[in-house]
Write a protein that binds this ligand. Structure first.
Ligand code: 4AD
Length: 428
């Protein structure tokens, strides 16, 4: 069986059979048009009264949107058809004839989200899913080529990574477990065996804030490397992001067009990324239209404004230790700042990645944990890494849904993931 895309790329002279779903319908007396869709594309099909039996013509003319069908016919070029070709039907078989399909273009946001299981069939969401597939594949491809191993840390855990405020608690046989906020600490354990590792898995944050870029369950692509510092880690990440964007531009031009994404604007991000210290960002902040003072955190609103001034991502480095979690390595020349980085996406999108050097000295780590009110016994295995062959190392966490949001230039993160989980949404 051919796909629609096969037919459009190599139109056969013989009769062909296609199968899929009814995307659009229109009848006018002796002609009945139906646009058929499958996973790959759409094609206009036409039934003519003179080609098929009267009963069949009637049946075809009363088709409904999203009914499932197979069709047989001959393909010919037709400039007026949406994808340039038309299939003239000689026969068809209906698998299931629908009642009227509940989801169309003019529906409210909530209705669309309640019916996401149906909306993912739309051309827009089909394009979004294809681009996501490229992004996820490209992430893995790049790191495997660089000699990383794909590892599988647990998702049900007993410790926080990014602070207690956003921990999801789950009952665990009379005890309490958490859904992981980040696999970072487990990735750190793996580097003592494999040196370069990554994982792509969900992370969970009990985010009470409802913003355009927060999910409670999101896809986290995390990497960890032995023997590398903050600068070296950023070098790897910059190449990684360039690779992902190049892959999307190469493989998904058609989908980017469906989403009206300005591809030239996206290509700007194939240029080198500026690295800017947090203190310099603060000094420049008024000129970005967002005056800030040293010690202020960067949230969704601040980053939206700052990054609307940029066409290419920037790394912001050397944040004050007070703004970040306990595990970051202090800068030896100014221990109040840490050797870390956030990657902020341009066009107003803001943070998509956070990373940096990890504290590898046991006593310093114990000191920082004490300041954060964490109990040594809960983190005994994390501390063991600093007791047995400790080494300098760095890592990062890339939010793949946020990366997709920016690459596709969508308005909010709930449109970048098929089944978003937010404070108000657990269905479908
Ligand atoms: O900056 P975060 O919290 O860093 C960590 O979790 C580190 N432990 C990662 C590491 O070094 N291995 O999260 C990393 C990224 C953010 O830059 C953002 O892209 C994404 O995860 N992220 C979210 N995405 C969607 N919804 C949320 N609620 C997110 N919280 C973080």
């Amino acid at each position: 069986m051919f796909s629609i895309q096969d037919i459009l790329e190599n139109p056969p002279s013989d009769e062909v059979a296609l199968r899929g779903w009814v995307y659009r319908i229109r009848s006018s007396g002796k002609l009945s048009f139906m646009v058929l869709r499958d996973a790959t594309n759409i094609i206009q099909c036409v039934a003519r009264k003179e080609d098929i039996a009267e009963e069949k013509f009637k049946e075809f003319s009363s088709l409904t949107i999203e009914s499932s069908i197979s069709v047989t016919g001959k393909v010919s070029k037709d400039e007026r058809a949406p994808t340039g070709y038309e299939l003239r039907i000689t026969d068809f078989h209906i698998f299931q004839r629908n009642d009227s399909f509940p989801v169309s273009k003019d529906i409210s946001e909530d209705f669309e989200l309640d019916n996401r299981h149906l909306w993912i069939r739309s051309r827009e969401f089909n394009a979004i899913l294809k681009i996501r597939s490229t992004v996820f594949t490209a992430f893995r491809e790049f790191l495997l080529k660089e000699g990383f191993y794909d590892v599988q840390p647990p998702l049900m855990v007993s410790t926080a990574t990014e602070g207690g405020a956003t921990l999801f608690k789950v009952p665990f046989f009379g005890d309490e477990a958490y859904l992981t906020q980040s696999s970072q600490f487990y990735l750190e354990t793996f580097i003592f065996s494999l040196e370069k590792v990554f994982t792509v898995s969900p992370s969970f944050r009990a985010e009470k804030s409802r913003t355009w870029r927060h999910l409670t369950e999101y896809w986290h692509a995390e990497g960890e490397m032995a023997w590398i510092n903050n600068e070296g880690m950023m070098d790897v990440e910059e190449k990684l992001i360039h690779y992902i964007i190049s892959s999307v531009i190469e493989k998904n031009e058609a989908e980017l067009h469906i989403l009206n994404r300005d591809i030239d604007a996206l290509k700007e991000s194939l240029k080198p990324f500026t690295r800017m210290r947090y203190s310099d960002l603060i000094k420049n902040s008024a000129s970005y239209g967002m005056p800030l003072k040293y010690g202020d955190d960067l949230g969704a609103d601040e980053e939206r404004q700052i990054m609307s001034n940029f066409k290419t991502p920037i790394f912001v480095t050397h944040f004050p230790a007070s703004l970040k979690t306990f595990y970051h390595q202090p800068d030896p020349s100014n221990p109040k700042e840490i050797l870390c980085h956030d990657l902020l996406a341009p066009e107003g999108y803001g943070e998509v990645l956070g990373g940096g050097e990890r504290i590898w000295d046991l006593n310093l780590l114990l000191e920082r944990m004490k300041e954060s009110g964490l109990k040594e016994e809960d983190y005994y295995w994390y501390l063991d890494l600093r007791k047995y062959g400790s080494i300098p190392h760095s890592g990062f966490g890339l939010g793949l849904d946020r990366l997709c949001l920016w690459i596709m230039h969508l308005d909010k993160i709930t449109n970048a993931i098929p089944y978003p989980r937010t404070i108000r949404r657990l269905k479908p």
